[in-house]
Design a protein around this ligand. Structure first.
Ligand SMILES: *[C@@H]1O[C@H](CO)[C@@H](O)[C@H](O)[C@H]1NC(C)=O
Length: 555
């Protein structure tokens, strides 16, 4: 099944054949030192000790800020460092430059990264392989400007820096993510010619690339080849393959791969089993997933919070709630966070099945064990009460400010009040939410309200509610809900007001919106002449005065 280009690549790997080039003796060794001198040969004397300390601190802070995603602060901090350094007569070190470069590159801020790099050269600071690798990553992963990535690798030589396995692997990964597998193989050939041996993390992205394209046979072949080439696949490589097989529901083959891993003297990890069990449970094979859970435990592997949530879902799906209890106990041994997630999983299942006394029991159980419920727990509980038609109890709990009610809580309650025909309660709940509790309604809230109001014939109120929602954004689903209801009840005036308001708030009444309206009206007014006149009236209104409307054909 392997394509010819892959086959060719296999032939030239792992080393070019001795006869293929004249200078084959050099193939295994690093290339000779560059002829050109490095552009900058540290013209500065070492920075004073205080500055060195400042740099170290600064670098740590910059890394921390970058991790938190605050790249603007990283830039600020660096310019402060620049000032201190220049008053001491030295530029910042390559270490700090690299940290700044990396922060910019991770955000895809290519123009700024390039400017920093050029500034570094101008300041006489010699970039090292890491500096170039950051740029290669920027162009290969973030901006997909591969020609620039190649340029950087060529530029390394000019600066007396040798591209390493990290450099090439980064480029290979980027190419594979972009689906350019043939080109990735070309880079592998190139690195071999440069005397740089591929490693597991050079091959694994190619395995992943094949899997993404559904070429699992080729992925398997490549894994076999890695073994032969003395670069055996690791857990990450196998997990990529297992995930692909799982996505295809090829579970027999998953078993084969698991067996193969063990014959090779490795041990599949919990992560591997999680992938497998998750896929089984999603395909409705709860029994098989539970069997794998036993295998995992039999091997002495420790379940993670994710493992437990998969297993709990499986047990709940099969209504094996009694078996879920010991698993809940185990979750408390892991950590509190895992325990809350585990309890929520079971409670939400019970709630879906309408077994609200059991939900209550578990909640009590949790509190007894000092596991602090989170807002999801609370929402599941409120939902259970609503299902049990204990709306007034639920309302009291929400009005009691001790409970962490959020927008989801209110949506649940408002929806339930409308469902049970208590429109007044629903509307007072909405008022309480927005005016007393100060919680901003979301798209779901507005949709529930607009639908509920229209059902009671309160079209003006519903239109006003929609107007409110426009302060946030224009939601197409919400608009569709409103238009459908208005069209069904011949509320053309409201429809026009709605469109005027959309434009007044600065949104564009695009073609899509018109199309929706026309469709709504045609659906309710099929073959009713009067509705066709409505349509013409509306089109006039929507397009505005003085604009041409095609005359309606009279058949
Ligand atoms: C580049 O320089 C920094 C700072 O000295 C160092 O931490 C890093 O390991 C260097 N990178 C390489 C590939 O040598």
């Amino acid at each position: 099944m392997a394509s010819s280009s892959t086959a060719a690549a296999f032939v030239v790997l792992p080393f070019p054949s001795p006869s293929s080039s004249d200078d084959s003796d050099d193939a295994n060794t690093l290339p000779p030192p560059p002829v050109t001198e490095p552009e900058v040969a540290s013209p500065h004397h070492p920075p004073p000790p205080q500055l060195q300390q400042l740099e170290r601190d600064c670098n740590l802070a910059m890394k921390e800020l970058a991790r938190a995603g605050d790249v603007d602060q990283v830039v600020h901090l660096f310019s402060d460092l620049m000032l201190s350094a220049s008053s001491a007569g030295v530029p910042p070190s390559v270490l700090c430059y690299n940290t700044l470069l990396n922060a910019l590159a991770e955000e895809g801020r290519a123009v700024e990264a390039r400017r920093v790099f050029d500034g570094m050269l101008a300041a006489g600071v010699a970039p090292n392989a890491s500096s170039f690798n950051i740029l290669v990553k920027l162009y290969a992963w973030r901006t997909a400007e591969f020609h620039l990535a190649y340029d950087e690798i060529h530029a390394m030589r000019r600066h007396g820096v040798v591209p390493d396995v990290g450099t090439f692997s980064t480029l290979v990964t980027g190419l594979c993510r972009a689906g350019k597998l043939d080109e990735a193989w070309g880079v592998l050939d190139w690195m071999l010619q440069e005397g740089c041996r591929p490693m597991v993390h050079t091959y694994t992205p190619i395995v992943q690339g094949y899997c993404r394209q559904g070429r699992i046979e080729e992925a398997t072949n490549l894994i076999g080849f890695m073994e032969e080439a003395g670069c055996p696949p690791n857990a990450v490589t196998y997990n990529v393959l297992i995930r692909a097989l799982c996505d295809d529901a090829r579970f027999d083959e998953v078993e084969q791969v698991l067996a193969e891993i063990e014959t090779k003297g490795h041990q599949p990890s919990t992560v591997t089993y999680n992938i497998y069990m998750d896929a089984l449970s999603k395909k409705g094979m709860a029994k098989e997933a539970l069997k794998q859970f036993e295998v995992l435990q039999g091997k002495g592997l420790h379940p993670t919070a994710f493992t437990l949530s998969i297993i709990l879902n499986c047990l709940c799906c099969n209504s094996r709630f009694s078996q879920a209890i010991p698993i809940l106990e185990r979750s408390t041994e892991l950590n509190w966070c895992a325990a809350v997630v585990a309890y929520n999983t079971v409670m939400s299942r019970l709630c879906d099945m309408g077994r609200w006394p059991a939900v209550l029991e578990l909640l009590a159980n949790m509190i007894k064990k000092c596991i602090v419920p989170n807002s999801r727990t609370f929402n599941i509980f409120i939902h259970s009460l609503c299902i049990a038609e204990k709306l007034s109890v639920a309302k009291k709990l929400v009005y009691n400010q001790g409970f962490p009610a959020n927008v989801v809580t209110y949506n649940t309650l408002i929806h339930s009040f409308y469902l049970s025909g208590e429109a007044c309660e629903a509307e007072s709940m909405f008022a309480y939410m927005t005016e007393v509790a100060n919680i901003a309604p979301d798209e779901v809230t507005y949709t529930i309200m607009v639908d509920g109001l229209c059902r009671q014939g309160k079209f003006d109120k519903a239109t006003n509610c929609f107007k409110e929602s426009l302060k946030d954004r224009l939601s197409k689903d919400l608009l569709t809900t409103l238009l459908n209801r208005l069209a069904r009840s011949d509320r053309n005036g409201n429809i026009l007001v709605t469109f005027q308001e959309i434009e007044r708030q600065g949104f564009v009444c695009g073609y899509m919106i018109f199309e929706d309206t026309v469709r709504s009206i045609c659906q309710v007014g099929f073959r009713q002449h009067i509705k066709m006149f409505n349509l013409q009236f509306l089109l006039d209104g929507m397009l505005g005065p003085g604009k041409e409307v095609y005359p309606v054909h009279k058949g």
